[in-house]
Design a protein around this ligand. Sequence first.
Ligand SMILES: *Cc1c(COP(=O)(O)O)cnc(C)c1O
Length: 459
Amino acid sequence: MKYISTRNSKIEFTFKEVFIKGLADDGGLYVPKSLKRFSSQELLELKNLNYNQLSTEIINLFTGDFISKEDLFSLVSKSYSTFREKEVVKISKIEELKLLELFHGPTLAFKDVAMQFIGNLYEYYLSKNNEMINIVVATSGDTGAAAIDAIKGKSNLNIFVIHPHNRISSVQRKLMTTVDEKNVFNIAINGNFDDCQNIVKTMFSDLEFSKSINMSGVNSINWARIITQSVYYFYTYFKLNTDKPVSFSVPTGNFGDVFAGYIAKKMGLPIDKLVVATNENDILHRAISKGDYVSKEVKETLSPSMDIQLASNFERLIYYTNNLDTLKTLEIMKKIQKNSYQIEKNNLKVIQNDFLSESCNKQETLEVIKKNYEENNIILDPHTAVGVGVVKKLSLNDCVVLSTAHPCKFPDATNSAINKFEKLPKTVKHVMNKEENFEVLKNNTQEVKSFIKSKLYIS
Ligand SMILES: *Cc1c(COP(=O)(O)O)cnc(C)c1O
């Protein structure tokens, strides 16, 4: 399996480079040169596999000679042994909708599904190569906790997590800042998530800096995360035991999770529509419904993990809708940098073949939480509530909503909707009273670089 950058088809990369580097040197995102398309017979053969077996089959298509299938299976099994559900994910029902619960991992959000695996994949790689890797990642709240849990205490790895100061929930913050391991560093930036993401991108494209610290990225553009997330679309389709294409509603921020569904569809899984569900930060809804990909100020909402304007993974969709034309993609990315991209009419049609979109504001989200509590006795987290609300607004009946976080992670939101909050599971309760450790820095790349260097000199 060979990869290229979305901005240049001339240079090929291996899975190792794609996984360890995350982002290509030219600023583009890695994509596989080709995708396997399963026949219906081949899909039938995958149907009865358990979650770990299915993960192995799907991920193995992308890892090439990086890891043998046997080793991959043991890594996957080890990764998911930390989950509270034996089959990793759980499909439940609310009224006529299905909920795909993805939050049964150690840090209570879907990010654990990919991150637990990736942590072990790093360890596997480093056990064979004498290297020291520094992971640097920006988080809108959940990625950071998931990455820290996956990396903490592993040798030859440090992790630096950058979150927007005072813009994530306190449970989200505590899950990151109470981890007392000497390879874990938390940085809070006086800014929003886009600022954090920009700092990380700037550090990556400063090759002198990024090479000097052997910097690696685990944010949602990492291809290894995308393929690990594609697995639960396959798993859900098989479990529903239907012969009709299935639609999925996906609470969306950086366009990683829903893009994993798009890849599953491209691989032949019968998916009807992928519904991009956004909060008031609705650039993706404006883009998919009207072609208007123009960012505005980031608003704070009840669903902080989706408080994002420019969605990094959207570049991959641009690449696919422009028929794998890297020059065209590069041209469009330049327009996006100038914040003046209108999706071409014919491309918009292509996108709308696969995607629908809608957004839910604060009031609507609170109402969804309230209604589902009163009528179904289910507490939804605010991200999942956006996914459910959007499906109702679009009057879709038959749809699987990805339930991306445990409601206990967002007590303020559920409190304002229903005067109630879900208790933390026993396994994470201790974080509430532990001492926190994080450094507040200005929204300035140089400061962050100096902080990272200072920590590396000590350790
Ligand atoms: C990260 C996150 C999302 C958004 O996922 P993307 O892959 O960034 O689109 C939605 N809900 C929750 C709870 C998240 O943590």
